[in-house]
Design a protein around this ligand. Structure first.
Ligand SMILES: Nc1ncnc2c1ncn2[C@@H]1O[C@H](COP(=O)(O)OP(=O)(O)OP(=O)(O)O)[C@@H](O)[C@H]1O
Ligand SMILES: [Mg+2]
Length: 275
């Protein structure tokens, strides 16, 4: 069953009549992960922000984005805000901008949980600490007392993921959630997304430059270039039999990278053996 269905989405900058996203359509099925890949500037963030009413006023958004029976592009801003708080959570690419610098992380997590899913304060605090622990944050009781500027970008990113997961929404949209993390943390966070999907049934839209991560998580894939969808379908099919030149290029680049990485590891092993 389709949980979110986007049809013929267009985004235009009315200041210069420039098309930012043109005729993008896709669907997110229940309990699945859709991976969105494409080069920088291809429109990945814009596509998802437009669905949630997060674009600037100079951007004209047309088409259809249906969540269950609700047409998101036609709803008023109050309803969309409620949906953003309860049903569809977005993990923004820029973690710093997601938190208010004037309040502690804990205050913001607890307020969000109390307001959007009606939890009592004590319960919200307990859930916040548990969620931070799940995101491999040491000493979460201390971290919740800190202000955003006292934490690194990677830590903030993990706090944001923890909060989104604690909300248990129907959909999590994760925009490059692992870019600020080192590779060990990246792997742990990706595993956590996989576990979340399996345990809670939350559907995920995962935007990433990293095809390896997408391959690991996503059942379906959308490949974007210059604001357009160049390929869309089952991830296993797209990876096995890419139809568009650009998808082939992305997969080849990924394989070349993995191959040279593997070779460098083998060479390192050989050097170690010779010592
Ligand atoms: N607020 C804005 N107003 C007008 N144009 C914008 C705005 N934000 C982004 N753009 C333009 O929209 C296009 C798509 O941007 P978008 O941020 O969606 O790319 P992206 O695929 O998410 O890239 P990245 O991988 O770097 O995050 C770009 O050409 C960008 O310059
Ligand atoms: Mg982006």
């Amino acid at each position: 069953m389709s949980l979110l269905e986007v049809k013929n989405l267009f985004i235009e900058d009315i200041r210069n009549n420039e098309a930012i996203v043109s005729d993008v359509s896709f669907e997110l099925k229940c309990n699945t992960c859709l991976g969105i890949v494409g080069e920088s500037g291809s429109g990945k963030s814009m596509t998802t922000k437009a669905i949630l009413g997060l674009t600037n006023p100079w951007l004209k958004v047309t088409g259809s984005a249906k969540f269950k029976d609700i047409e998101l592009l036609k709803e008023n801003s109050d309803t969309i805000r409620k949906i953003r708080g309860k049903n569809i959570c977005m993990i923004l690419q820029d973690a710093m901008s997601a938190f208010d610098p004037l309040y502690t992380i804990g205050y913001q997590m607890i307020e969000t949980l109390c307001e959007n899913i009606n939890l009592p304060k004590k319960e919200a605090e307990k859930i916040s600490i548990e969620a931070l622990e799940k995101m491999y944050i040491n000493e979460p009781k201390q971290v919740i007392r800190k202000y955003p500027h006292q934490l690194s970008g990677g830590m903030l990113q993990r706090c944001m993921i923890a909060l989104a997961m604690a909300m248990k929404p129907d959909i999590i949209i994760a925009d490059e959630p692992t870019t600020a993390l080192d590779s060990i943390n990246q792997r742990e966070v990706v595993e956590e997304f996989k576990r979340l999907k399996e345990m809670t049934g939350t559907s995920v839209i995962f935007i990433s430059h990293d095809l390896g991560v997408v391959q690991h998580l996503a059942q379906d894939i959308l490949v974007m270039k210059n604001g357009k969808c160049v390929e869309c379908g089952k991830a296993s099919e797209v990876f096995k039999n890419p139809k568009h030149e650009y998808t082939k290029y992305l997969i080849d680049t990924r394989l070349r990278f993995t191959d040279s990485f593997r070779k460098s590891m083998i060479l390192e092993d050989e050097v170690c053996c010779c010592k």
